[in-house]
Design a protein around this ligand. Structure first.
Ligand code: GTP
Length: 297
């Protein structure tokens, strides 16, 4: 008989994470708007709609805005055209990119110059504000812009935007010159989380993609949600990768397999589970179990 898997992920967890610096960041962004020509809103290509933030929509909504869907190397490429069509339909300029692979970095800068010029002919250069939820790659994008310009010898020895694998690394706004001619300045801003996460599933998607700190949700619950997603998407790469006999909906079986594989057996059970869950999340987030678009399109 064919094995059946969960069609619904049952959790009662209410997920909320809105540290104080995010509120301050939002106010500081609003205060800077007068100096800004265009806005780049960075989202996660794996959750192109869930990674929108109504708080950020309200910031500078009269300025030209480009939605950049970053980490496309981790998203399902078959969904790209459908996602783009939806943004087109809503008259939103959008672009997929993978900063890590250096994709479309130049194209984004070109968009900024073109969109900035048409609005503010008299500005002595384009000033761009980069906004987005935590951990989507805002600081990485600024460094990628700067690495293009370093070949033009404008940014040698200058400070870098701080990048980190966990959310909430950037805690204050900072301005960087990323291009000499035409002059482009980019303001890095702290990631701002949704003030209210409407459903547990939205919170889980944000956490699984790394926008919410793992501790807020708990790695074991998050790993179980990951397993639910993998089975629901009928993506069974994890079975072979983890040395499992077959696909399973039981996270305990998966934790045991990871502990066996990594030599974790013998450690206290609670530690074994946490180590296994953390390992699974790390593997998922680097694309070892496949590429996924978690939002329905
Ligand atoms: N796979 C992949 N990882 C990326 C990409 N861009 C950035 N990252 C990684 O995502 C993580 C977060 O990057 P940051 O640039 O610090 O993200 P941020 O949006 O500035 O984060 P906050 O400071 O939390 O607001 C880092 O581990 C980056 O290496 C990408 O295109 N693909």
């Amino acid at each position: 008989m064919a094995k059946t898997f969960r069609s619904v992920f049952k959790t009662t967890s209410v997920i909320n994470w809105f540290p104080g610096h995010m509120n301050m960041a939002k106010n500081s962004m609003k205060a800077q708007l007068g100096n800004i020509d265009v806005i780049i809103e960075v989202r996660d290509a794996r959750i192109p709609f869930t990674s929108a933030n109504p708080l950020l929509d309200g910031i500078g909504n009269h300025k030209p805005r480009l939605v950049v869907l970053n980490k496309s190397d981790l998203a399902n490429s078959n969904m790209k055209a459908r996602v783009e069509a939806r943004f087109d339909h809503e008259n939103i300029d959008s672009m997929f990119t993978s900063v890590i692979k250096g994709k479309h970095i130049q194209k984004i800068l070109q968009w900024c110059t073109a969109a900035g010029k048409s609005q503010f002919q008299s500005t002595a250069g384009t000033v761009v504000m980069i906004v987005g939820i935590p951990n989507v790659g805002k600081s990485s994008m600024i460094n990628a812009f700067r690495s293009l310009s370093s070949s033009l010898k404008v940014s040698k020895g200058k400070k870098k935007a701080v990048v980190g694998a966990t959310p909430g690394v950037t805690v204050r706004t900072d301005m960087f010159k990323v291009n000499e001619s035409p002059a482009i300045y980019v303001m890095d801003t702290p990631g701002v989380m949704l003030p209210n996460i409407p459903t547990p599933e939205v919170g889980l998607k944000l956490a699984l993609t790394g926008a919410i700190k793992d501790d807020i949700v708990g790695v074991e619950l998050l790993a179980d949600y990951m397993l639910f997603i993998l089975n629901r998407m009928n993506s069974k790469t994890y079975v072979k990768a983890l040395g499992l006999p077959e696909a399973t909906d039981d996270i305990e079986e998966v934790f045991e397999a990871v502990a066996r594989q990594s030599g974790g057996v013998g450690k206290p059970e609670e530690i074994q589970r946490i180590l296994a869950a953390s390992y699974l999340l790390k593997e998922f987030r680097r694309g070892a179990f496949g590429t996924f678009t978690l939002d329905p399109v």
